[in-house]
Structures are given as structure tokens and as C-alpha cells.
Design a binder for this molecule. Structure first.
Ligand code: NAD
Length: 290
């Protein structure tokens, strides 16, 4: 039997609709309009698309979004100055710096400069630490989107072996951290570019999560029959979007799988909206208590 498709597009729409309802309620109750400020440096075509999609999603859900476009030659000092301005603006609840930044900029220093209470991407070390300790302020959007998909698809996680391929700070590491939390209770293995015999490890996974950035890296012989396969990868091959999993081959082995496009990608944006709404709510709480 072919694998069940975990439809991220439809689930993301449900989440976005819920955000829209709750946003209207927040505006009605407090007058506060959740506001996301996005910063785009340069004109990388993929980044342009991502930022446009995030802006559109905000607008559709009733959130305000403002795009700050900076020249590719922007200096570190100028970008830091913009972050400071956005940090100080009480009407802004979320700040997003679209990655990757041009090579001459120090992305870590920029991301560290974002006020943790406005860090809706959840990349700041303070938010990473809180998430790791199981008391998150914001959850990182892509791993949180994956967790939501597993939950809604009723994929059992307790005592299951989850293998995450990739150890980036944005996807692989936080993904593993969420899977191992109390209440999720998976046993987690992280594989990376120096892992020996990766196929053998992947074949022991009940849940296999690919965040590698190599088109169709995961072949069917790396998948245990009946495993749930989550494909985080977004790769452009001849103008086509391809995941990190050989989808057609995996379909014949897995019990469930996320497609690319239409899988994890839309969920990431939905989680960003959720974080921005949460931040606006928290600011309302802070305002009313002072
Ligand atoms: P990254 O380049 O920062 O990390 C890739 C990871 O893969 C590294 O940790 C590396 O150790 C590992 N890796 C590389 N080659 C390997 C190999 N041969 N064997 C095993 N591991 C190997 O990338 P990232 O930011 O984590 O993104 C991963 C993929 O996910 C990319 O395709 C990216 O476009 C996609 N992505 C998608 C979303 C989404 O919303 N769906 C969000 C973020 C990233």
C-alpha cells in the first residue's frame, strides 16, 4: 500500500485560519495588531519568494507586516542599527531577518541582537535554551511545524526511534531537541555529514526526518518498511522544487510521508504567524500589567 501523504498545505491553512480568528479577537480585546517586521538584505531570488510568502500569509491572517529591504552592500553597523530601531518599536512584535545574509555580514551577531521577546524565528540563544529546557517562549518554526504534523497525523512518538539527518541550528538540532522532550518521548539519533554508515542508522528509524539540503538524498533502501518520513528539504533542481527524499521510491516503503512542495514548507510559515500572534499577546499582557 502506498504511503499516506501528510498534507502540510491543508494543515497549514487550518493553523492560519485559527491564527486569523485569534488575531481578530486580540484586536477586538486590546486594539493591538500583531506586527511582523521582516528584513531582507540583497535580492536572492529564493529569499524574495520566502519573504513574499510570509508577508502574504500575515496579511491574509490579519497581521500587519512590514518589509525592510536593504541593499546587498549594507554594512553590519547599518543592519544592527535597524535591528535596534525595530527592537525599540513597541508596535512591532516579531522581527525576522531572512537568511542567508550576504557573506560579508555576521549572521550570528545580527540574530543575537534581536530582542528575545521579538525573536519569532526562535534563533536567539535565550530562546534556544528555553526550548531545550522544555519551557519555550517561542518554538523554532520548521521543527514546530513538523511536530504539529506528527501530532495531527497521530504518529506515535513515545519510545519510538526518531532519526534526524542534519545538525543545523535552524532545523536539525532543534528538531532533535523537540522530539526528545518529555511528553513526546522519542529516542533520538542525529546524523550528519560525518556519520558513518548512515543508511544502517536510518533503517532503524520509526520516524525519519531529512534536513540535509541534498536533493533526493534519502533512498528507499534507507527507510524501514512502515516508517514515517518527514522531508524538510527544499532544493531547486531545473526550476523544480525537490525534497531531500526520493519521494516516489519512498512512497512504496514508508507508511506516511510529507511531500515537497506542500509539506513542511507551508507549516513553517503558519508557525511563524502563530509565534507573532503569541508575541503580540505577551506584549498585551505586559502592557496591561504595568
Ligand atoms: P544546513 O546546510 O545548515 O545543514 C545541512 C545538514 O545536513 C548539516 O548539518 C550537515 O551535517 C548535514 N549533511 C550534509 N551532507 C550530509 C551527508 N552527506 N550526510 C549526512 N548529513 C549531511 O541546512 P538546513 O538549514 O538545516 O536546511 C536543510 C534543508 O532543509 C535544506 O534543503 C533547506 O532548504 C531546507 N529547509 C526547509 C525549511 C522548510 O520550511 N521546509 C526550512 C529550513 C530549511
Amino acid at each position: 500500500m502506498p504511503a499516506q501523504i501528510i498534507d502540510g498545505k491543508t494543515l497549514a491553512e487550518t493553523v492560519r485560519n485559527q491564527v486569523a480568528v485569534e488575531t481578530r479577537q486580540l484586536i477586538y480585546d486590546t486594539g493591538i495588531v500583531p506586527h511582523l517586521a521582516a528584513v531582507l538584505v540583497g535580492s536572492d531570488p529564493a529569499s524574495e519568494v520566502y519573504v513574499r510568502n510570509k508577508e502574504r500569509a500575515c496579511q491574509k491572517a490579519g497581521l500587519k507586516s512590514t518589509l525592510h529591504r536593504l541593499d546587498a552592500a549594507t554594512t553590519q553597523a547599518d543592519l544592527l542599527a535597524l535591528i535596534t530601531t525595530l527592537n525599540c518599536d513597541m508596535k512591532i512584535h516579531g522581527i525576522l531577518v531572512q537568511l542567508p545574509l550576504p557573506m560579508h555580514l555576521d549572521a550570528t551577531q545580527i540574530l543575537d541582537a534581536i530582542l528575545p521577546t521579538k525573536d519569532v524565528d526562535a534563533f536567539h540563544p535565550e530562546n534556544t535554551g528555553l526550548m531545550l529546557q522544555g519551557r519555550p517562549r517561542f518554538l523554532p518554526c520548521t521543527p514546530a511545524g513538523v511536530m504539529k504534523m506528527l501530532e495531527v497525523s497521530q504518529v506515535p512518538t513515545a519510545g519510538k526511534h526518531a532519526v534526524v539527518i542534519g545538525r543545523s541550528d535552524i532545523v536539525g538540532k532543534p528538531m532533535a531537541a523537540l522530539l526528545v522532550q518529555k511528553g513526546v518521548d522519542a529516542t533520538v539519533t542525529i546524523c550528519h555529514s560525518r556519520t558513518a554508515d548512515i543508511g544502517a542508522i536510518c533503517r532503524t528509524a520509526d520516524i525519519l526526518i531529512a534536513a540535509v539540503g541534498i536533493p533526493e538524498f534519502v533512498k528507499s533502501d534507507m527507510i524501514k518498511p512502515g516508517a514515517v518520513v518527514i522531508d524538510v528539504g527544499i532544493n531547486r533542481v531545473n526550476e523544480r522544487l525537490v525534497g531531500d527524499v526520493d519521494f516516489n521510491a519512498a512512497m512504496t516503503v514508508a507508511s506516511a510521508i510529507t511531500p515537497v512542495p506542500g509539506g513542511v514548507g507551508p507549516m513553517t510559515i503558519a508557525m511563524l504567524l502563530q509565534n507573532t500572534l503569541k508575541s503580540a499577546r505577551q506584549s498585551a499582557g505586559r502592557t496591561s500589567s504595568t
